[in-house]
Ligand binder design. Sequence first.
Ligand code: Z5A
Length: 212
Amino acid sequence: KGANNESRGALVVFEGLDRSGKTSQCGRLLSYLEGLGHSVELWRFPDRSTSVGQMISAYLTNKSQLDDHTIHLLFSANRWDKRSLMETKLKAGTTLIVDRYSYSGVAFSSAKGLDFEWCKAPEIGLIAPDLVVYLDIPAEKAAERGGYGGERYEQLEFQRKVAQHYKLLEDSSWEIVDACQTLEVVEKQVKEIVLEHVTTCQKGKALSSLWS
Ligand code: Z5A
């Protein structure tokens, strides 16, 4: 085992449209991994607790207006704020389950019409996930789940565009799960996929960076 291949925690990211079930599945996965005795934490982006996060939250709830480029960079800064803590935790053996990450950043901003490559640029150098679980659901179906609230982006036509842009980001770290299945079926599939990656990282795997 080389110095770069030390045992570590896994970086597991959940992505998908609004109401695809990310938050529900992240919670269930956390309990499951904890039950198996793993060191594990649940994170989410945007992290609304930081000062940058509060600006993002005001924007999402329509309390403030920002240029599309500006808000894009704030979402990215919100992740950069956490990059070094993320590395420390992973190297200390803690698995991180992360509800939304750079893929949301690019899919949402490019769906507004911003240049795709421009959107990816500020994410370069963030830690690459070991696994991206994409909860796949048509925008129409997601909208039926309790309906959308009043936050910006929670509109059917826009969610359709976001889905199209997500597809352009798919790479070998992605596992697509059919999110139209019941919560329990999705949960079972997610557990199996994630456990495999947690084990691989425990055995030793180098960290890598976006986008590679
Ligand atoms: N955004 C961005 O533009 N740029 C970025 O860089 C980042 C984010 C990071 C806020 O995100 C917005 O920020 C988001 C993207 C943008 N805008 N949108 N849209 P957020 O994470 O704070 O909010 P959210 O993603 O919209 O979270 P959500 O509404 O909580 O959705 P979810 O986590 O995917 O779903 P859920 O809460 O688990 O489930 C929703 C409902 O469906 C709930 O009633 C469940 O009980 C039900 N559900 C879940 N699974 C099932 C199944 N399998 N069957 C039936 N019902 C189910």
